[in-house]
Write a protein that binds this ligand. Structure first.
Ligand code: MN
Length: 239
């Protein structure tokens, strides 16, 4: 059974859209048709969710704080409003329709906001406790910091309960976890590194970049996402 998975993209410069090819290749299995989604209207975002079997919310730049009703913090970086509003609508529709979602880094923050949570615009000036390094200078595939896992989670099942090492490229992070979700991984400083739906729907946000890591847990995470898209397609009424 072929499943259609939408991959969010970004307007990086006027007239062009982009997404890391690792996002496409991580999903390019025989029975997956990957679609790269342009930053169109919120209505089109909802239409995409109707047509597709799952959504990959990809990593990228900073998020417009207007999405969660805050003023811009002085340390906020450059934002892409078209992308922010489009991805917010994608995530809201996916939550409402129980579509499988894998949300990476910035995508995890979008997923949290879509569910009613919020985020730190800048960890280093807003986080209450001392931080470890979350913007690694090591190579992209390298797992530079350790995660502590909620043992009742998909991540714990993928890692068989063991700790995991992940890469880290963020200065923003989820602050308030929305009601439908729970935090399932943290770094030793307490920063939330993963959220998952509590009711069994496959919607998971990870603060790291599994698409850049060549380890068995990252592969297992992408495979679990594709499997969830397949079973969601089986159980959805035919359209
Ligand atoms: Mn991190």
């Amino acid at each position: 059974m072929t499943v259609k998975i939408g991959i969010s993209s970004s307007i990086v410069e006027e007239g062009r859209l982009s997404t890391a090819l690792d996002n496409v290749f991580a999903l390019n299995e025989m029975n997956v048709l990957p679609f790269v989604l342009p930053n169109l209207s919120q209505a089109k975002a909802r239409d995409y969710v109707e047509e597709l079997d799952g959504i990959l919310l990809t990593g990228g730049g900073d998020i417009n704080p207007a999405l969660f009703h805050e003023e811009p913090h002085p340390a906020l970086g450059s934002i892409t409003p078209e992308r922010d509003w489009f991805e917010l609508a994608l995530a809201q529709a996916a939550i409402a329709r129980n579509r499988p979602v894998l949300a990476i880094c910035r995508g995890m923050q979008i997923l949290a906001i879509a569910g009613g949570g919020d985020m730190y615009q800048d960890l280093s000036s807003q986080y209450e406790k001392p931080l470890i390094q979350h913007r690694q200078i090591a190579p992209r595939y390298y797992g530079s910091h350790r995660l502590i896992l909620n043992q009742q989670s998909l991540l714990a099942s993928l890692t068989k309960g063991k700790e995991m090492m992940v890469n880290s490229y963020h200065h923003q992070a989820v602050r308030e976890v929305p009601n439908l979700f729970q935090a399932t991984a943290w770094t030793s400083d307490g920063v939330i590194e993963a959220i998952e739906r509590q009711d069994g729907v496959f919607q998971i946000g990870v603060q790291w970049h599994p698409e850049h890591m060549n380890d068995s847990i990252s592969s297992a995470l992408f495979s679990a996402f594709v499997e969830a898209c397949k079973s969601s397609k089986r159980t959805s009424p035919a359209s």
